[in-house]
Ligand binder design. Structure first.
Ligand code: GDP
Ligand code: MG
Length: 169
């Protein structure tokens, strides 16, 4: 979840296909991807993650709620160089939790750290950490889909949380 342009599609593309595209192609409706996850801690589990990447723009808000139903976890993403996308995270939380409730694991991601490190940062690390606490998310990670920074930990940490919450281990 997160505003249009924060890098949701790019994160999924990086994680599932290890590619990156500079040109912005707005997601229409939804994209669906799957990826097998190998967790070192639980080598006996065969895990197939299903990733739903939804259009973040306001005018797509009416198509999103049905996609939330049945989801196991949420990745909240903002753009470290765009403060408004950070301020909107609580609106995303409201939209999602109306459908799935507040008991599912989530993770908070500040994306585009490559640009933040070039002087374009608009949200501090401490602010990200504080929002993570407010969301009750499992971790806060600063990522770059472009440079492949901490993209895998986003999905692995969340998968681990889902597994430990839902399975007898
Ligand atoms: P979405 O609307 O949230 O799905 O955002 P996209 O994944 O389509 O990305 C929006 C724009 O930001 C695209 O032009 C991407 O190339 C760019 N982008 C995404 N992630 C990063 C990143 O980590 N660093 C930089 N510099 N650009 C990024
Ligand atoms: Mg997209």
């Amino acid at each position: 979840m997160g505003d249009g342009g924060v890098g949701k599609t790019s994160m999924v593309l990086r994680y599932c296909e290890n590619t990156f595209k500079e040109n912005y192609i707005m997601t229409i409706g939804s994209n669906f991807s799957t990826k097998q996850v190998d967790l070192e801690k639980y080598p006996n589990f065969l895990i197939k993650l299903q990733l739903w990447d939804l259009a973040g723009q306001k005018h797509f808000s009416f198509v999103r709620p049905p996609f939330y139903r049945g989801s196991s976890a949420t990745v909240y993403t903002f753009d470290l160089t765009r403060r408004s996308s950070f301020q909107n995270i609580l609106n995303w939380k409201n939209e999602v939790e109306k459908v799935i409730g507040d008991g599912k694991p989530s993770i908070l991601v500040g994306n585009k750290i490559d640009l933040a490190e070039q002087g374009q940062r608009e949200v501090g690390i401490g602010e990200g950490e504080a929002l993570k606490e407010e969301l009750n998310a499992i971790t806060y990670l600063e990522t770059s889909a472009k440079n492949d920074t901490r993209i895998e930990p986003v999905f692995k940490d969340l998968t681990l949380a889902i597994l430990e919450k839902t399975q007898k281990l």
